[in-house]
Design a protein around this ligand. Structure first.
Ligand SMILES: [Fe+2]
Ligand SMILES: [Fe+2]
Length: 253
């Protein structure tokens, strides 16, 4: 488990991996939470589940106060993303951006402070009050039917949600000096099973890779596990482009 790490920093703009939160059950998947600081305001990307909320808040407070969080982006509808949202919505006055297809389902998490902004299927750019521009990149069916990635053009970081997620054993993590995968051929074993079972189809992966390759990306930052940059990032994109997964693996009569 790592502590908070600044992935990009200039005078007015900072992209931080807040921490890797452990849900408190050995079977629960740890998750990455990210904070973008821009001109003194904050944007949280996938703030995490109910159990990790206090840990995330604790680290976030080192950087910014809750009243200065202007936006929360949900990559999709899962509990490891939305589970803590009710507390975040009470603590902040942030707008919450999520795929339009999940709006009517999210109230079932017990959310009463409705400040949702729909992200259309085709994604698009939004500029917040701080002047921060976020680019929403569709990643539908990877794995959620309404999955949204966030590209930050200033840091050239793509927050990829569950795409690229890995579950790296603790003893293996101890070999890592930082939060980046070092070599895709050795990292692949920690991400392959997840992509084959959770991603809907190779067609969805190929579409995503085609969109992502149009962007100038330094880092791919997923919601679980290690991050990708340099050659490992390129090797990851090549691999998922050709990966049969999800419904591709059904054997039809
Ligand atoms: Fe998910
Ligand atoms: Fe996830």
């Amino acid at each position: 488990m790592h502590n908070d790490i600044t992935l990009f920093n200039d005078e007015s703009h900072r992209f931080i991996l807040l921490n890797e939160s452990d849900p408190g059950d050995e079977d629960g998947i740890p998750s990455n939470q990210y904070l973008i600081l821009h001109n003194g305001k904050g944007t949280l990307l996938d703030p995490g589940g109910f159990g990790v909320m206090p840990q995330v808040l604790n680290v976030m407070l080192q950087y910014i106060q809750p009243q200065d969080i202007e936006a929360i982006v949900l990559s999709h509808q899962d509990p490891d993303i939305v589970g803590g949202l009710s507390s975040w919505m009470r603590l902040t006055s942030a707008k919450v951006f999520a795929s339009r297809i999940w709006r009517r389902f999210l109230p079932h998490y017990g959310l009463t402070h409705m400040r949702f902004v729909d992200i259309p299927d085709e994604g698009g750019n939004i500029t917040l009050n701080s002047g921060l521009t976020l680019s929403f990149i569709p990643a539908h069916f990877l794995h959620s039917p309404g999955q949204i990635n966030v590209y930050d053009p200033l840091s050239k970081i793509l927050f990829s949600g569950d795409v690229g997620a890995s579950l790296v054993p603790l003893d293996e993590k101890a070999n890592h000096a930082d939060v980046f995968a070092q070599n895709f051929s050795t990292h692949r074993q920690f991400t392959e099973g997840f992509h084959k079972r959770y991603m809907a189809s190779n067609r969805a992966l190929r579409y995503w890779v085609q969109q992502v390759r149009k962007l100038d990306i330094d880092i791919i930052a997923p919601q679980h596990g290690l991050l990708y940059r340099g050659q490992v990032k390129d090797d990851f994109l090549d691999w998922v482009y050709d990966l049969p997964c999800g419904s591709d693996l059904f054997e039809l009569d």
